[in-house]
Design a protein around this ligand. Structure first.
Ligand code: UD1
Ligand code: UDP
Length: 368
């Protein structure tokens, strides 16, 4: 059985890397990979980590690309690939525009679709944008739904998806995590080796969401600047997304401060080990909300809603939104009040046992 995995951005690659490896190792399955390269450099970094050489590379990324541009280029390119490769099943992951385009292109060729990380919902059409709709539409197109948690399964059942087509697997990001973190890790980016993680409170940060571009991102950065200026023991490491709209704001507001490191997108092991040594994390990323709870670090989520409520329920994640005052106030509390910090710094992992990819490969072999 030929399994074609389609992905295009950094987070999809991180979470599909283990699935591609599991499919490769399953007797009876043949693995093919097509990348749209909606991301270029940030995707290639991850392909290197997992040692994946794509069979097809659409190379669609353009600076300042639009949603329409990504969608149309991906669908056109994928039609050619699907006709040539003629897979028995297509796998897509999550909620990006590549995900939706991959599922739609496969549907047009009447090829069954397996959706990895299915069933997450905020029930708000515009938050996260366009991911909530990408994920919902992909759910309508998919034949097999690999839900990371029981909550995600319930969302799908509530939408009328047949129980027999839903498999609760855990999240594949946990599969990747087990191989990356170690206590004696030496960073490949030397700046990160020069930081004294015991003497300073290191805040790691990422922010890139489309709905946060512009004013919300400016408020986030202004809050961070004030936090650093009023807490002499704080160091911030901000891994800045390559989107020019993110780069411009980050450099304008946070550039040239001795205790703020604006670093380029980090190699995955550097990122996971940095998170693991941090005091707390500020982020609007989806993936970080899944990874960091298992490291026992408080995460302040720079969003108004989340499709990942498990960490909020467990107490490790707190939704703070993007208002400058709220970010400053909540961060100050965690920097100054040990009991508030300890309450959040509890290691929980609601996302499975690290065997999600293996389960997905087995389900494909047995049910698809
Ligand atoms: C995309 C996904 C988002 C996901 C995020 C992960 C969509 C609509 N958005 O958002 O769901 O959370 O990836 O990071 O699918 N760029 C580079 N090099 C790269 C990657 C990006 O230069 O390797 C720049 C380009 O100018 C590009 C811009 O970033 O046009 C934005 O990339 P895009 O994929 O459109 O949006 P993201 O915000 O990355
Ligand atoms: N990540 C990384 N290097 C970085 C920033 C993030 O490897 O410099 C990893 C991070 O650990 C997580 C994933 O990228 O696994 C999250 O991707 P991103 O924030 O791009 O997208 P999102 O999760 O918001 O969809």
């Amino acid at each position: 059985m030929k399994v074609l995995s389609i992905f295009g951005t950094r987070p999809e690659a991180i979470k599909m890397g283990p699935v591609v490896k599991a499919v490769e190792q399953t007797v009876g399955l043949t693995s093919l990979v097509c990348v749209t390269a909606q991301h270029r450099e940030m995707l290639d970094q991850v392909l290197d980590v997992f040692d994946i050489v794509p069979d097809y590379d659409l190379d669609i990324m353009q600076a300042g690309q639009t949603l329409t541009g990504i969608t149309t280029k991906a669908i056109e390119g994928l039609e050619r690939v699907l006709v040539e490769a003629s897979p028995d099943i297509v796998l897509v992951h999550g909620d990006t525009t590549t995900t939706f385009a991959g599922a739609l292109a496969a549907f047009y060729q009447k090829i069954p679709v397996g959706h990895v990380e299915a069933g997450l919902r905020t029930f708000d059409k515009y938050q996260p944008f366009p991911e909530e709709m990408n994920r919902s539409l992909t759910g309508r197109l998919a034949d097999f739904h690999f839900a990371p948690t029981e909550t995600a399964r319930q969302h799908l059942l509530n939408e009328g998806i047949a129980d027999a087509s839903i498999f609760v697997t855990g999240n594949t990001v946990i599969d990747a995590l087990s191989a990356t973190i170690s206590d004696d890790y030496c960073f490949s980016l030397n700046t990160l080796n020069t930081i004294d993680y015991d003497r300073h409170k290191v805040i790691s940060m990422t922010a890139h969401r489309r709905e946060n571009l512009g004013k919300p991102l400016e408020e986030i950065c202004e809050a961070v600047l004030e936090i650093v200026n009023t807490n002499k023991d704080v160091i911030v490491v901000y891994s800045v997304h390559l989107n020019p709209k993110v780069q411009e704001v980050a450099k304008r507001i946070l550039g040239d401060h001795e205790r703020i490191h604006l670093v380029p997108p980090l190699e995955l092991k550097d990122m996971h080990n940095l998170l693991n040594r941090s005091y707390l994390v500020l982020t609007d990323s989806g993936g970080l909300q899944e990874e960091v709870p298992s490291m026992g670090k408080p995460v302040l989520v720079l969003r108004n809603v989340t499709e990942r409520p498990e960490g909020v329920e467990a107490g490790t994640l707190k939704l703070v939104g993007t208002s400058k005052e709220k970010i400053i106030e909540t961060t100050h509390l965690l920097l100054s009040d040990k009991s508030a910090y300890d309450k959040m710094a509890t290691a929980v992992n609601p996302y499975g046992d690290g065997k999600a990819s293996q389960r997905i490969a087995e389900h494909i072999l047995n049910k698809a």
